[in-house]
Design a protein around this ligand. Structure first.
Ligand SMILES: [Zn+2]
Length: 265
């Protein structure tokens, strides 16, 4: 049997673009060579044990155009999340409203708590290390988001005969916007970052979880759940598609140091 490095050498001779990051895998059960373009644009060549390196290289070479196209699509669909710097005047979106970050040195007592959103749309946070500004901003998303969630979730509780439902806003990582956990937790949780999405998508995330909270029969996203979604949000599939696209660029808490913030004594 030929080892993976022999195939790698044969493929290297083709001079493929380095950004394809081609990797080879011997697949004992395969009878023909296959090519897979994975999320993010990695190219996997799946090789049956009996294949000859030259034969595999010829095959991959003949598929150049197809791979180019697939890699381009995969790269276009890869997550590309917003990165914040926490500098003065930086824009944030919270519950559909654009806010400008305003770093204040020592908030006078009459200004009320900090962080806060002022009536003229400033997101006011005490000037401090960026990781602490970040924490304060996320805390504000959580607080404002939870108040919205409790208020807006209510009508679905009433309409869907949901009783004793709990609400949580927290970090749900990079793949989920919301979850519903069944009894005894019986909790609808939204990602704090969801509140930075356009309002129609925040609503979609809420309705999606509230539909689960009605505990419909059948599979999680089966016919019963869909029936509820159609009732509450007739264009939910459209919004789901929008979320896939817009969600790739959403701010999930990422930040980068700028010289002005790292040089601060
Ligand atoms: Zn779901």
């Amino acid at each position: 049997m030929t080892g993976p490095h022999t195939f790698q050498a044969a493929l290297a001779a083709l001079g493929l673009p380095p950004e394809w990051r081609v990797e080879v895998a011997i697949r004992p059960r395969r009878r023909t060579t296959g090519i897979q373009v994975k999320a993010g644009g990695r190219v996997a060549v799946l090789i049956p044990p009996a294949a000859e390196p030259e034969q595999v290289a010829r095959f991959v070479g003949s598929r150049r155009r197809w791979i180019t196209e697939k890699v381009r699509t995969a790269a276009a669909l890869a997550p590309n999340h917003a990165v914040k710097e926490f500098t003065d005047d930086e824009e944030f979106v919270l519950l559909g409203r654009r806010c400008r970050l305003q770093l204040v040195d020592a908030p006078p007592a009459e200004r009320g708590g900090c962080p806060e959103i002022t009536s003229d749309g400033a997101l006011r946070v005490r000037r401090q290390r960026p990781e602490l500004v970040r924490r304060a901003v996320i805390g504000l998303y959580q607080q404002v988001g939870l108040a919205w969630l409790r208020r807006e979730g209510r009508k679905y509780e009433v309409d869907g005969h949901i009783t004793g439902l709990n609400y949580v806003v927290r970090d749900l990582g990079r793949r989920r916007w919301g979850i519903y956990e069944g009894r005894p937790k019986h909790t609808t949780t939204l990602h704090w970052a969801a509140f930075g999405l356009p309002m129609r998508l925040v609503e979609y995330v809420l309705v999606h979880e509230q539909a689960h909270a009605t505990q419909p029969g059948g599979p999680a996203h089966g016919r019963e759940w869909q029936r509820r979604m159609n009732l509450w949000m007739p264009d939910w599939q459209q919004r789901q598609t929008e979320l896939t696209e817009i969600g790739r660029h959403a701010w999930l808490g990422d930040w980068k140091r700028t010289s002005s913030s790292t040089d601060r004594p």
